[in-house]
Design a protein around this ligand. Structure first.
Ligand code: GDP
Ligand code: ZN
Length: 389
């Protein structure tokens, strides 16, 4: 399953993610040997629970129990969809929330709540129907007990107002490793394993892409581009023929040369966490995440493709800074469709129906939810959502 880590800038998302994914480093050497994506493994974690010990400290990201020294049992593998430092990718992640099965919302205890980005990210989760959220009330080391309780009440009110009444709020200090076990416990308790649709035709969203060849590699030993992403539904097998949309100048038929997750090769993979596909695509077109936003599908799940899109728009009232003025004709907006960010221009507005022309080909399904961002003080900010017709 995939869990997003979201929240206002500097509230501790990256620090917290690195604490949760903890022991991930020793896997990397194997991955390098296999020549497939280390980036994808970056934010994967295994959660363990001690069979003999009781309480929250029985949980952790290490096999060895901190309490009794015994061996813990592996209970869940989770991919954390946090792109440290990538604000733009983060927006993509948020909106491609079809990928997410739940989220950790990080809120700093030493600042007023809610901050603008807290509202924005939360709105994105809500709009995509992500109900399973755990709040990390982080930086608890920087406030007094009384201040922490005051801040807790504000977080609780914010969640209540949004209709998220059962969300657990875990006080943490990512910096001092406080309550990471409690956060893991809360994720396991409150974010259920999703029901995976493995029978529908394949749909996979690309979230990373790489050239895995070292500089100076010999032509004979060059490997094709690697596409990393999340399977939304269906299964994918080695040697299977799949389509890449919108492709490069046009959709491309590809053979799946290899499948790899967490440094482990697979013959067949179904919907769930993150996966890397080895292809024979020219690495030139794939390097440096150029393939972000592409869709991998099979015959029965081919999407629609267009550069002119008609959508039904709904603004999110709570997002005040981006909704000061109504949308206008000629305005440039960003539409996030799946994991692809598209620059568009509004051509016509008729009630809540927008006609938008796009700079590049968009790939979509009927009735798909699209996040719409507007330019506010030089930055793209979520303002509402739209549905394709
Ligand atoms: P992000 O922008 O949300 O990813 O935040 P970062 O993880 O980059 O953290 C921002 C800053 O806050 C960094 O300097 C961290 O070291 C610091 N930080 C993160 N968590 C804590 C915490 O629990 N306590 C304290 N005192 N500082 C923290
Ligand atoms: Zn134990």
């Amino acid at each position: 399953m995939n869990i997003g880590v979201v929240g206002h800038v500097d509230h501790g998302k990256t620090t917290l993610t690195s604490k949760i994914t903890g022991q991930a480093t020793d896997r990397y050497s194997d991955e390098i040997k296999q020549g497939i994506s280390i980036k994808l493994g970056y934010a994967d974690a295994c959660f363990y629970k001690c069979k003999t010990c009781k309480g929250i400290q029985a949980y952790g990201v290490t096999k060895k129990c901190q309490l009794c020294g015994g061996e813990r049992e592996l209970i869940r593998k989770v991919s954390f969809v946090d792109a440290p430092g990538h604000e733009t990718l983060m927006a993509v992640m948020l909106s491609g929330a079809t990928l997410l099965n739940g989220a950790i919302l990080v809120i700093a205890a030493n600042e007023e709540c809610p901050q603008p980005r807290t509202i924005e990210h939360f709105s994105a989760l809500k709009m995509h129907g992500i109900k399973h959220v755990v709040v990390a009330q982080n930086k608890i080391d920087l406030v007094t007990k009384e201040e922490a309780i005051e801040n807790y009440k504000k977080i609780r009110k914010f969640l209540d107002d949004e209709g998220y009444k059962d969300v657990p709020i875990i006080p943490t200090s990512a910096h001092f490793d406080i309550n990471i076990d409690a956060l893991i416990y809360a994720m396991l308790e409150y974010i259920p394993v999703p029901e995976l649709d493995i029978t529908s035709p394949l749909k996979m969203r690309v979230v990373r892409s790489f050239d895995i060849n070292k500089p100076g590699s010999k032509v004979e030993s060059l490997k094709g581009g690697v596409l990393g992403g999340a399977i939304i539904c269906g299964t994918i097998c080695e040697k299977q023929k799949v389509w890449l949309y919108p492709g490069i100048t046009k959709p491309i038929e590809l053979t799946v040369e290899s499948l790899n997750s967490n440094g482990v090769p697979f013959k067949k993979v179904h919907a769930g966490g993150l996966i890397a596909i080895g292809t024979k695509l020219d690495p030139f077109y794939v390097s440096g995440d150029q393939m972000i936003g592409q869709l991998i599908c099979e015959e029965g799940s081919k999407p629609l493709m267009t550069q002119e899109l008609e959508v039904k728009y709904s603004k999110i009232e709570r997002l005040l800074e981006s909704n000061k003025e109504p949308l206008r004709c000629g305005e440039n907006i960003v539409l996030i469709i799946g994991t692809a960010a598209h620059l568009g221009t509004i051509q016509k507005i008729k009630g809540d129906i927008l006609l938008v022309t796009l700079k590049n080909q968009a790939v979509y399904y009927k009735g798909e939810k699209i996040a719409i961002s507007r330019l506010v003080n030089g930055r793209w900010r979520l303002s509402g959502y739209a549905e394709t017709r």
